[in-house]
Design a protein around this ligand. Structure first.
Ligand code: MN3
Length: 201
């Protein structure tokens, strides 16, 4: 079964003015689509063809001969999460068990915000910032290129794309402004809480 590009869970202009419709069209229809197309071409007729996306990501990590498959599979997985953890009118603070666990792990929601912001701003070059479940604990980490926390045995529940294609049209070189807009106006904490419960179950 070939992988497919999922539709965005909102209209292309839903995240304006923080992420433009033009960026969303290019990012989803061109960049994400290319990862899906490349992945399907690379695994066709191989032993990976019928594996789950998660299994492909984990199985091809750090395998020089499978680097192309890893990069496209990782990016397909990463973008599927990224679209879902944003919404119009998002941002602010979560509630419930997610907030309690964030406070346990980082001292306060502000403590989490600062750690996540720093990870996203300091990832050198292309990559991602994450909130991930590691066993029972929440962790913030940054990864280069297509790498995600699945390869370290963690389950990502929030991911922010800091590749330049994600923000350059709207923010040029001002990555910190893009990161602030994501945290203040875009994070869909309800989805992140759902992902937390899936990861813990
Ligand atoms: Mn991207």
């Amino acid at each position: 079964m070939a992988f497919e590009l999922p539709d965005l869970p909102y209209p292309y202009d839903a995240l304006e003015p923080y992420i433009s419709s033009q960026t969303m069209h290019l990012h989803h229809d061109k960049h994400h689509q290319a990862y899906v197309t490349n992945l399907n071409n690379l695994i066709e007729g191989t032993e990976l063809e019928n594996k789950s996306l998660e299994d492909i990501v984990v199985a091809t990590f750090n395998q020089p001969a499978k680097e192309g498959i890893f990069n496209n599979a990782g990016q397909h997985w990463n973008h599927c999460l990224f679209w879902r953890v944003m919404k119009k009118g998002g941002g602010g603070q979560p509630g419930g068990e997610l907030l309690r666990r964030i406070e346990d792990a980082f001292g306060s929601f502000e403590g989490f915000r600062e750690k996540f912001r720093e990870a996203a701003v300091t990832q050198f070059g292309s990559g991602w910032a994450w909130l991930a479940v590691d066993g029972e604990e929440l962790k913030v980490l940054k990864t280069p290129n297509a790498v995600n926390p699945l390869v370290y045995g963690m389950v990502p529940i929030l991911g922010l794309d800091v590749w330049e294609h994600a923000y350059y049209l709207d923010y040029q070189n001002r990555r910190p402004e893009y990161v602030a807009a994501f945290l203040n106006h875009l994070v869909n904490w309800e989805t992140v809480e759902e992902e937390l419960h899936k990861a813990l179950s």
